[in-house]
Design a protein around this ligand. Structure first.
Ligand SMILES: *Cc1c(COP(=O)(O)O)cnc(C)c1O
Length: 409
């Protein structure tokens, strides 16, 4: 594909690949199996000598079209799509890591990723959680058997911003896989390849799909990591070009063997949603900025967490790295203000656990998504009992401001 802008490339990508009947959208292909007139071709597909489809759990044409869009958005070499963002994370790490390995992870982590990393520990893969807003903490945690560093761009719900550039340099110098979860920024605001990411996770459920109507996840290889230095690649996957070793092992040991495959209908929804990613992000970020500023000066609010505020500890880093400050912010309420009462007074803001929808959603995090991890871990992540997280949508700004004004009193 010629180097066009982000949106042009995305909008026209389905037409690049010989579309049937001149369709502008890739068709929803529901066939699980694929037939070959020459049985030798089928064998070559299995052996990776010819591109083609074998079985729907591993590959599907509608899903491939979406993968190509994500690869272009992230400026990568290849993408594997999964049924959910968690499937992408869990399947990829299980495919790449072995018992006795060690990973370093940001301590400020999506709750279910945190839970999965605890499961990894029970399987003999050690995890050290560090404050990744400072590369020094990551460096201090590295061991001889550290295979991978995992971070998010903007953490949820406190919006800490990872020391992305410096950790990228550290991982490159030490030959460690650098896995960046880009969900909170989306490729519209940030391309993790710029800071040296090896692998990029996106929960397609969130901003890329954008409408809360389909689940999906992806992992993109940027081509920057030298897989010949990674001992865990099985011999059978070393016949491909070097840059494809990692994604091949993820597709075989992760997607194929674990089987959390993305369905073609969901892939279609996500692909259509992705067409307006930039428009939605710009509007949602502008709304989030206005609401965060409103809350910052309100007597019922003790503290606001939003990278777009000058008071945010990593405001300068966000300005330098991202093309915007994101559409998610959180508040701690002043003493005596009840988070449930505030939420119940809102008309346009929906009490809901998702984020990245076109609608503004809000959740009292300590009582819901971060309930299971317990008070001690919540405190270590800076999560107060009164905290509300807002995932800001694309409604008219004044309607949202009126809602906040009414709800906060
Ligand atoms: C939602 C989310 C995930 C998981 O995505 P699902 O599609 O819900 O499985 C992973 N990482 C981050 C940062 C998320 O916000």
């Amino acid at each position: 594909m010629s180097k066009k802008g982000f949106n042009t490339t995305n909008l026209h990508s389905d037409r690049q690949d010989n579309p049937e009947h001149g369709v502008l959208h890739k068709a929803i292909h529901t066939s699980v199996a694929f037939g070959y007139a020459d049985a030798r071709e089928l064998a070559e597909v299995f052996q990776g000598k010819r591109s083609g489809y074998s079985y729907g759990r591993q590959m599907n044409p509608t899903v491939t079209a979406l993968q190509n869009k994500i690869t272009a958005m992230e400026d990568g070499v290849a993408t594997a799509a999964f049924a959910t963002g968690m499937a992408a994370i869990a399947s990829s790490l299980l495919a790449l890591l072995r018992q006795g390995d060690h990973i370093v992870s940001s301590a400020f982590l999506f709750g279910n990723t945190n839970s999965f990393f605890n499961t990894l520990q029970t399987l003999g893969i050690a995890v050290t959680f560090v404050d990744a807003t400072d590369v020094a903490n990551v460096e201090a945690a590295l061991q001889a058997n550290t295979r991978l560093v995992f971070v998010e761009t903007i953490a949820n719900p406190v919006t800490q911003i990872t020391d992305l550039q410096a950790i990228g340099e550290l991982c490159r110098a030490r030959g460690i896989v650098y896995c960046v979860d880009n969900t909170m920024t989306s490729p519209h605001l940030f391309r993790p390849k710029r800071v040296g990411a090896s692998l990029i996770v996106n929960s397609l459920t969130k901003y890329i799909g954008g409408h809360g109507n389909a689940l999906g996840g992806s992992i993109t290889d940027t081509g920057l990591f030298d897989w010949t230095q990674f001992e865990n690649i099985y011999a059978t996957y070393r016949s491909q070009p070097h840059e494809l070793w990692g994604i091949t092992q993820i597709r075989k040991k992760g997607l194929r063997d674990i089987g959390a495959s993305l369905g073609p209908e969901a892939a279609h929804h996500l692909a259509v949603g992705s067409e307006t990613l930039s428009l939605r992000m710009e509007k949602a970020c502008a709304n989030a900025q206005a609401l965060a500023e409103f809350c910052e000066h309100h007597a019922s609010v003790k503290r606001v967490y939003y990278p777009g505020l000058r008071s945010h500890p990593q405001h300068a880093r966000a300005t330098q790295l991202f093309d915007g400050y994101g559409a998610l912010f959180s508040i701690d309420l002043a003493a005596g203000v009840d988070c449930f009462d505030v939420l119940n007074r809102m008309e346009n803001v929906v009490a809901s656990s998702n984020l990245g929808d076109t609608r503004t959603l809000a959740i009292p995090v300590a009582h819901t998504i971060y309930h299971e991890m317990g008070a001690e871990r919540r405190a270590s992540m800076g999560i107060e009992d009164s905290m509300i997280r807002f995932s800001v949508g694309i409604e008219d700004r004044d309607d949202l401001l009126a809602d906040f004004s009414r709800a906060l009193g």
